[in-house]
Each structure stands twice: as structure tokens, then as C-alpha cells.
Design a protein around this ligand. Sequence first.
Ligand SMILES: [Zn+2]
Length: 79
Amino acid sequence: MRCEDILRCLADYLEEDLDALTESCFLDHLEECARCSALLHTLEKTIFLSRNIWSRQLSPPRQVIRRVYYQVRIHYRHR
Ligand SMILES: [Zn+2]
């Protein structure tokens, strides 16, 4: 997997929606790539915080994921 693939899988990963094979590739990449693992960490923290705010919401708010996702895409593109 490349960083672009990680970005594409992030929302599904956070919603535990990846199949086993994709998830293992995903996790392999995270172990090798400091940038993506830092990104996931940030994203999990963001979702954790927004879950606290919207505590009645059961699933991770897709809007939050999408917002972070676009910020990150811009970030990646400018490197
Ligand atoms: Zn990466």
C-alpha cells in the first residue's frame, strides 16, 4: 500500500469496515510509515474528542473523518 491508499482506507478502517487482508496491509504500512501512523493518531484523537462532544452519536462521525481527510490530502500534496 502507498500513502494514497492509506488515505482512501482511513474512514473504513476507523469504522472497522475493512476486510482482513486490506486491514493487514494497512497496518503493515503504518508500521513502516511514520507519516501515516502520525496521521492516524491525529485522526483517532480528533474523533475521540468529537465523540465526547457528540456523545449520543454511536458511529464515528463521517463528517469529521472527511474534514481531516481533506486537510491531510492538501498537506500531502504540498510536500
Ligand atoms: Zn504512508
